[in-house]
Design a protein around this ligand. Structure first.
Ligand SMILES: [Zn+2]
Length: 359
């Protein structure tokens, strides 16, 4: 443990010295991608550091404002959130990955009799990869943008005194903003990662992973080309110096998380193992893909008593810690998108989580 940290700090110190001397190549992590796939380390660091606490606070203040009435699925406020995300993706130059050339993908919600009662939105944006071969493969960076609405709205939003709005600031305004920040940070790189990245904000998660289940069945690109899912849910509360990565031991993706913890001590956010033995792995959108065989990581900093209550409010978030969590996810996503070898499952984890195909 100590030896590893010292080695990581040593490389970081060498990197800082090299940057100061104008020699950015010394910062590259030799354990990740071949030279031809690596992104300039200084550009990478500048993009990571453009993910700020101030921007996180500004964006989550919009999405989790009382006027958004807890972004229930379906609701006019969920539609506003989806449109806000679509405009954000468009403005940074992502390609539309939704229906009919737009950023919005809609899925039908039906009664048991098959009557369609609503068509909630997912928001999907694509950053094409830069490598002629690997760009055909993609990683998904996702979060759910819906919350549980207001008290009495049918989704068990618990009031707090006179406050009946379940803002969903941590669950999952935090992850939603993380995806918006990551999209902007990746799009700003002078050279894109080798693999394509699909940024996805799903709705209906709180209803039972509706949006992600639909996307997994009707993806923008064939699911066989999806090499990894990095899903973010509830990263704005609890620990401020570590972030739990549920699924870190389930596939070789965990090695990317460990590499980035060692390579980037300056972020001050260690990526740590799941202390709950997989309890939460089925409880957010990564499961819609993992059960179909896509190796997945779930960035999640744990439950708290305010989940699905009117106390899950913006004022209780730690924007500084959340932004540093997003920076670490940026480094992990870059590593995964730029490493030629496709991630693979641990066999025991695959047997535990991937649903066998019935023929
Ligand atoms: Zn959630």
């Amino acid at each position: 443990m100590i030896a590893s940290s010292v080695r990581g700090l040593g490389r970081a110190a060498r990197c800082v010295a090299a940057v100061a001397a104008g020699l950015t190549v010394a910062c590259a992590d030799p354990s990740t991608a071949p030279a031809s796939l690596q992104i300039d380390a200084l550009a990478l660091r500048q993009s990571a550091e453009s993910i700020t606490a101030a921007e996180f606070a500004r964006l989550v203040g919009i999405i989790a404002d009382d006027s958004m009435r807890g972004r229930a699925t379906p609701s006019p406020e969920l539609e506003l959130t989806a449109a806000f995300a679509a405009e954000s993706f468009r403005s940074v130059g992502l390609v539309a990955g939704g229906d009919a050339g737009g950023f919005i993908q809609r899925y039908p919600v039906t009664t048991p009799q098959g009557v369609v009662t609503s068509t909630p939105p997912n928001t999907i944006g694509i950053l094409e990869g830069s490598d002629a071969t690997l760009r055909a493969e993609y990683i998904i960076i996702s979060a759910h943008m819906d919350a549980v609405g207001v008290t009495g709205g049918g989704q068990n939003c618990a009031a707090s005194g006179a406050d009946s709005t379940c803002n969903g600031a941590n669950d999952n305004g935090s992850g939603t903003v993380g995806v918006l920040q990551l999209a902007r940070a990746f799009a700003a790189l002078p050279r894109r990662p080798a693999r394509t990245i699909i940024f996805a904000l799903f709705s209906g998660e709180e209803r039972g992973l509706w949006g992600s289940a639909y996307f997994a069945k009707s993806p923008s690109r064939p699911l066989s080309q999806a090499v990894a899912v990095l899903n973010i849910d509830m990263i704005g509360r609890n620990a401020t110096d570590s972030l739990v990565v549920v699924g870190k031991t389930y596939s070789t993706l965990g090695q990317a998380a460990d590499r980035m913890t060692l390579a980037h001590p300056e972020v001050g956010m260690r990526l740590v193992n799941d202390p709950w033995n997989g309890t939460y792995f089925t409880r957010s959108d990564q499961y819609s893909f993992a059960k179909l065989g896509v190796p997945s990581l779930f960035f999640f900093n744990g439950p708290h008593g305010d989940v699905h209550t009117a106390r899950d409010a913006v004022a209780l978030l730690n924007a500084d810690a959340a932004a540093r969590a997003v920076r670490m996810i940026f480094y992990v996503a870059n590593d995964v998108a730029g490493t030629a070898k496709r991630p693979t499952w641990d066999p025991a984890a695959r047997a535990r989580w991937v649903v066998p195909v019935v023929r």
